[in-house]
Structure formats: structure tokens, C-alpha cells
Design a binder for this molecule. Sequence first.
Ligand SMILES: [Zn+2]
Length: 106
Amino acid sequence: MADSGRLDGAVPVGRLDGAVPVGRLDGNVLAGPLSEIFRVDMTVATGECRHCGSLALLADAVVEMDDAGYIVICASCTHTLFTVVRSAERTWVDLQGLAALSLPRP
Ligand SMILES: [Zn+2]
């Protein structure tokens, strides 16, 4: 897993609700919340963007984070790859922006 940190030179992305995201980070911030669902380190997974076809490690995606969850954005075309929304009781994952997701086998 690569180092976590702020993403420099990130392209601004509009939000439908007009809210200002709390933070914009790289995909490594997803290691914790996605491990609750997939039980493996998803930052080493490769995602295929449904919009532009780009293949990239989730660790290299752009992530906007706020109190409700995460918006994972394609670094190539800035479309949303998937979202993770968490409450005290449940976690919802919307994968509509991903054409495919692949993981190295153990
Ligand atoms: Zn894309």
C-alpha cells in the first residue's frame, strides 16, 4: 500500500448537493472503510472506469471525504467510480461508475 496523503494538483469536482467536502485525499484512505466490506486490502484492486475505460489501482483514485462517507473519483476523467456511505448501523456501496474490479489472488 502506498503512503496516504493529500493529493496535490487535484482537479476540482462539483457535487450535486453543493456541500464542500471535508477533505480530498488519495485512494489509500479507503483501506479502512473498504476492509469492513471486502475483508481484503482493496487499495491494491484495479478498477476500470465505466466512463473512460481507464484502469487504475484504487490507491491512485481521487477521494473526497466528508462525515457521510467517501466519493471515489477517476483520476483520468473525474467521473465518480463509486461511493461509500456509512451510518452507525450500515454501510452502502454504490459501484455504478465501475465497469470492473479485479484483485491479485493470494
Ligand atoms: Zn474515467
